[in-house]
Ligand binder design. Structure first.
Ligand code: ADP
Ligand code: MG
Length: 625
């Protein structure tokens, strides 16, 4: 039985750059943000591979500069996207690790592990980060954890959400629900400020993290949380601000030394990490210096940057953030003066210029900074996880009404996107629309393929997105309604879209006169990992963990032997008689250790020799004392 009872369900904020895990503690009636083994409440979403081991979190980040090709970050930008996606093509130019096209145009990350090339899905990298967060929670709770609520940006599309669920499954987690990050942050805000929310309050959540930007407008009234509108950009955040600074200094280095480092991953990585530090510093000072020893070809680089320069470099992105805020408000048909609180979430929301622009936009309204921007999302996820768990009574109850982030519809004649459920519609939702089939043979439109004299079928293609041309949007799936009776005039089909509380979409079509019916649940199988593939990846994840354990066991064995040598050396100083015997035993042990790291000696050899030394030493100690 763990410290806080078996079967706690956790909330995981799986961030692009940092992840955070939290749990609802039933006995104490509060949420705890769980710190990792280093005492930090956020853990870098980074996985690295070396010849000896796999590293996750801070350990991976710390060695990134010396092993850039095998240090994988930004998996959240890759997840649920095809290799040919132009966004991926752009990102690839900045990543020091290699990404190639896999089966069905899936992106595969290439790393070297144990001396061999390995191809990994983005889902696998995310699953490794999830495993790390699970382990952090298990160490804290002193019990196994299986159930989790995972958050995603509100703007994530269907395939990105489903790929995140797959990552959870590979990590061996039961993903109870996927919820939107700003909604989770609003839950944290709502619980913190319960007293304020007796009357309806309109809350604006501004979440700017490392790689994604998400805004949501919610109303909170008593226990009811209703999302009115969401907007965002899956490709805007702190990493982009870092990149702008990197580009600026690459140019300066080129000017000063006439050398171009843009093709050197190691130099870029080192420069990027000092730029990130400088960016954080500029949130509280107006000027800072950067220094990288031997950046390239032995040349040191030293420079400085002002807050004003940093703002100038990123101003168009800052303005884009404010435009997104504006769009979200107009989607919700709400005037900015009706917003009661503006809540800042995500590390990049600490940037003073952004706060200033936001405050100006909201006409001088104070921004709410009482919620920790790094922790709010995991906090809300943990509360949601507790609410979904059986046997938890103490948790504040609330009802959450989320919205669909993208419009959903079908393609009609002329490749036109006919929206059935507009974006920002509250879910769960069910909506039916009637369509007339045409009496001709135009096979390219879903309405057709009906002609006199034979039974015909109609193809229904379901899309998500905001573009007017259906094929410019994301095709979620298609199905046929067959056996349509011959008709001289068009049939009337009722097409129904139903979305449940998990965002799962079912589309059905029915011929009005005959009750002929067909339906599909949109699963995005083309882009998702297949069941057998997930099974294989779960096994692979287990073997990764077994290898990690083996490595740790060996490191512990080496440490124990090393400690013992130290003890023996100390004892030697006070005893001269047995000197020679002990000396030669130490030399043998030291030789074993020297070869130990490069796999020359198995763990058992080290453990056996430690036992031999212990018994020899005990015998000698007995004689001395
Ligand atoms: P994500 O949820 O996308 O992983 P986080 O919310 O954890 O991201 O935010 C991480 C980002 O915030 C990083 O890009 C980091 O550099 C940036 N950040 C953290 N603290 C500050 C700060 N004081 N000033 C500016 N940026 C910051
Ligand atoms: Mg975040």
């Amino acid at each position: 039985m763990g410290k806080y009872g078996e079967g706690c369900a956790i909330g995981i904020d799986l961030g692009t750059t940092y992840s955070c895990v939290a749990v609802w503690l039933e006995q104490h009636g509060r949420v705890d943000i769980i710190h990792n083994e280093q005492g930090n409440k956020v853990t870098p979403s980074i996985v690295a591979f070396t010849d000896d081991q796999r590293l996750i979190g801070a350990a991976a980040k710390n060695q990134a500069a010396t092993n850039p090709e095998n240090t994988v970050f930004d998996a959240k930008r890759l997840i649920g996207r095809k290799y040919s996606d132009p966004i991926i093509k752009n990102d690839m130019m900045l990543w020091p690790f290699k990404v190639i096209a896999g089966v069905d145009d899936k992106s595969m990350i290439v790393v070297k592990y144990h001396g061999k090339e390995k191809h990994l899905f983005a889902e696998e990298i995310s699953s490794m980060v999830l495993t790390k967060m699970q382990e952090i929670a298990e160490a804290y709770l002193e019990s196994p954890v299986k159930n989790a609520v995972i958050t995603v940006p509100a703007y994530f599309n269907d395939s990105q959400r489903k790929a995140t669920i797959d990552a959870g499954a590979i990590a061996g987690l039961n993903v109870m629900r996927i919820i939107n990050e700003p909604t989770a942050a609003a839950i944290a805000y709502g619980l913190d400020k319960r007293a304020n929310c007796k009357k309806q309050r309109n809350i604006f959540i501004f979440d700017l993290g490392g790689g994604t930007f998400d805004v949501s407008l919610l109303t909170i009234k008593g226990n009811e949380f209703k999302v009115k509108a969401t907007a965002g950009n899956t490709h805007l955040g702190g990493e982009d601000f870092n990149n702008r600074m990197v580009e600026y200094f690459v140019e300066e280095f080129r000017r000063k030394s006439e050398l171009d480092i843009s093709g050197n991953p190691k130099a870029l990585r080192r420069l990027r990490s000092v730029c990130e530090r400088a960016k954080r510093t500029l949130s509280w000072t107006t000027c800072t210096t950067i220094e990288v020893d031997s950046l390239f070809q032995g040349i040191d680089f030293c420079s400085s940057i002002t807050r004003a320069k940093f703002e100038e470099l990123n101003m168009n992105m800052f303005r884009e953030c404010i435009e997104t805020v504006d769009r979200c408000l107009s989607d919700a048909k709400m005037d900015k003066s009706s917003v009661h609180d503006v809540v800042l979430v995500g590390g990049s929301s600490r940037i003073p210029k952004l706060q200033e622009l936001l405050q100006d936009f909201f006409k001088g309204r104070d921004l709410c900074k009482s919620i920790n921007p790094d922790e709010a999302v995991a906090y809300g996820a943990a509360v949601q996880a507790a609410l979904l768990s059986e046997g938890i009574k103490n948790v504040p109850n609330f009802v959450l009404f989320d919205v669909t982030p993208l419009s959903l519809g079908i393609s009609v004649k002329g490749d036109i996107m006919n929206v059935v459920i507009p974006r920002n519609t509250t879910i769960p939702v069910k909506k039916t629309m009637g369509y007339h089939t045409r009496v001709d043979n135009q096979s390219r439109t879903w309405r057709s393929q009906v002609s006199e004299g034979y039974r015909a079928k109609t193809r229904i293609q379901v899309y998500e997105g905001e573009r007017a041309r259906a094929s410019d949007n994301n095709l979620l799936g298609s199905f046929h309604l067959s056996g349509l009776a011959p008709a001289t005039r068009g049939h009337i089909l009722d097409v129904t879209f139903a979305i449940d509380e998990n965002g799962r979409l079912t589309v059905s079509a029915k011929e009005r006169t005959t009750d002929n019916e067909n339906e599909i649940t949109i699963t995005n199988d083309r882009e998702r990992l297949r069941t057998e593939e997930i099974k294989r990846l779960i096994e692979e994840a287990e073997s990764f963990q077994a290898e990690d354990k083996k490595f740790l066991k060996k490191a512990n064995a080496m440490n124990a032997l090393d400690n013992y040598i130290y003890k023996m050396r100390n004892a030697l100083k006070s005893c001269s008689e047995e000197n020679e015997k002990i000396s030669s035993a130490i030399t043998k042990a030291t030789n074993l250790l020297d070869g130990g790291n490069n796999q020359l000696h198995e763990t058992e050899v080290l453990e056996d020799y430690l036992k031999e030394l212990e018994s020899m030493f005990q015998h000698i100690i007995g004689k001395i004392c």
